[in-house]
Design a protein. Structure first.
Length: 364
């Protein structure tokens, strides 16, 4: 998912690129003055009020190896006209790439602490679900109780996403963008993923050890409820869990994309609620929440062994990664590059038409 960014609505103050050059340059920080920006008739709302012209990418924002033609093309594709319109595909991608670049630059301690915090916070979802399931199972069949309790699934995700903690499934597609564009090495991405996963898992396990134990002593749920919920997750063949994890990773990658596209916090909350709520309702396998669910059964239940827990965690982590990288990052990035080529062709046609008109008007 992307972190809730503190930047302005369009995020085009960093470098962009084509197939062989990075989208952004994290070291470039140009400043703008709204009074110096050009305005035209397209910057009016339906009521006729003039909007401020949006910030534009400047030539100095690009790497030196990008041609002038490509600079103009990327400016056209990435330009986000005004706040009354939806963000463009390229605008979202550039903003996500900028966020990813900043994450790569953070210290290891900062990364682990943020990921550890996310592991703790995401546990709130399971705590609420388990409490609701134990209550509902007294009056409803177990299957219906599970489905209704799953509607509380988004709570922890809202806390994590709006609070900007590092959750692996949200960051999977986001952090791979600099690598896909040749800006960061794969080894650095794998190390970063490892830190985020470790923080999420450790935080989740600590939450399970402390808070689930607290819930048992508060009699909010019982050990049998923990076992029932764990079996609800584990009672599939490994390839079914893997496929479910791919879909969950895909949906989490889409969540990060849509959160970046939203212009206000309320819209982000609605988007996170809808998508993560769907993951919970369908019973899809999410590695970080699933870690807490199964580890709780390992500690306080009677049906989960250490080997079973580790096998589950490995399969779900790989599945979530495939879903986020392949179905979101790679495809969205390729779409951007296709847009670049399309605009380049249109620009070349426009220049050719302009040249012809100039020749026609030129006196003999």
């Amino acid at each position: 998912m992307s972190q809730d960014t503190k930047y302005k609505n369009n995020a085009h103050t960093d470098d962009a690129h084509t197939d062989s050059a990075p989208i952004i340059d994290g070291d470039t920080h140009p400043t703008y003055d709204a009074k110096d920006e050009p305005k035209d008739d397209s910057d009016h709302t339906a009521s006729g009020d003039e909007l401020e012209a949006t910030e534009q990418l400047e030539d100095e924002d690009f790497s030196e190896d990008i041609s002038n033609e490509d600079k103009e093309t990327i400016k056209k594709v990435a330009n986000d006209d005004n706040a009354s319109q939806a963000k463009s595909h390229a605008s979202i991608l550039v903003e996500q790439s900028m966020d990813a670049r900043k994450t790569f630059e953070r210290s290891l301690g900062s990364l682990f602490t943020s990921a550890f915090t996310a592991g703790l916070e995401i546990g709130i979802s399971f705590f609420m679900i388990l409490s609701a399931f134990a209550l509902l199972s007294e009056v409803l069949p177990s299957h219906y109780a599970l489905v209704l309790a799953s509607l509380l699934y988004p709570i922890g995700f809202i806390i994590v996403v709006i609070g900007q903690s590092l959750l692996f499934t949200e960051q999977t597609s986001l952090l791979s963008l600099p690598v896909l564009n040749g800006f960061e090495p794969l080894s650095k991405l794998l190390r970063l993923w490892g830190i985020v996963i470790a923080g999420n898992v450790v935080g989740g396990c600590l939450f399970a050890a402390l808070m689930i134990g607290l819930g048992l002593n508060m009699e909010l749920f019982s050990s049998s409820s923990i076992d029932t919920y764990a079996e609800h997750i584990l009672d599939f063949k490994w390839w079914v869990i893997f496929g479910s994890a791919i879909l969950a990773g895909w949906m989490m990658g889409v969540t990060a994309w849509l959160v970046t596209s939203a212009r206000d916090t309320l819209s982000r909350i609605v988007l996170v609620t809808m998508i993560t709520g769907s993951i919970g309702f369908l019973g899809l396998h999410h590695s970080i929440v699933g870690n807490i669910e199964v580890f709780s059964a390992l500690l306080y239940g009677n049906t989960v062994s250490l080997v079973r827990y580790l096998e589950f965690l490995a399969v779900v982590l790989v599945g979530n990664t495939v879903g986020g990288v392949v179905f979101v990052a790679v495809l969205k990035n390729r779409t951007f590059l296709f847009d670049i080529e399309k605009v380049k062709e249109q620009t070349a046609d426009d220049r050719e038409n302009e040249r012809r008109h100039t020749n026609i008007r030129r006196p003999e």
